[in-house]
Design a protein around this ligand. Structure first.
Ligand code: ZN
Length: 178
């Protein structure tokens, strides 16, 4: 078993390549009741699928988690539930773990460009942008002190082949300097 510090999964195996590691994992958390009708004891195994997630780097290599998700069918209401209902280390539709997103948001705040970050993590430029936008939304209070724009616009422009973060006061329609 491998331990990468995520308590919700078990990792019996991994594949190490020159530039990345893939951990083959499964959830140790399973639904204990139907997410539709809420009844217990009616869930029967109903196949499953693999979800690929990217996680924080390890030993300088990109890290991916191939996570086996089990599905269950409720024999009372016929709807399906899955392990994913109980997992909290990533958002349901995301391909990145929460801790990777936090690390990326921190890199942006520390001044790295979207372009650099996209390269370092081998992810789409738009993904970096989306992470910053949702981080700014979640931490609205931190950005809300006196003197900051009421509505902060976050974008980037390409200067000399590098992306630069641009902040704008959308209400006053002026660039915002911090
Ligand atoms: Zn049910």
């Amino acid at each position: 078993m491998y331990d990468i510090g995520i308590r919700e999964i078990e990792i019996p195996d991994r594949i190490v390549e020159t530039d990345h590691i893939t951990y083959l994992a499964h959830s140790i958390k399973h639904p204990y009741k139907c997410r539709n009708c809420g009844k217990r004891k009616y869930l029967v195994p109903h196949g499953g699928y693999n979800k690929n997630l990217q996680d924080i780097k390890r030993d300088g290599k990109q890290v991916y988690i191939q996570l086996r998700i089990n599905r269950y069918r409720c024999s009372s209401c016929n709807k399906t539930s899955s392990d994913i209902d109980r997992l909290t280390f990533f958002k349901k539709r995301s391909k990145l773990t929460n801790r990777l997103k936090e690390e990326i948001a921190y890199e942006i705040i520390s001044g790295k460009t979207f372009y650099e970050i996209a390269n370092v993590y081998d992810i789409e430029h738009d993904t970096v942008k989306a992470i910053m936008e949702s981080y700014a939304k979640e931490h609205k209070k931190c950005f809300d002190y006196k003197g900051t724009p009421e509505i902060l616009g976050i974008s980037d422009v390409c200067i000399g082949g590098h992306s630069r973060l641009v902040l704008a006061d959308l209400k006053k329609k002026t660039p915002y300097r911090y």
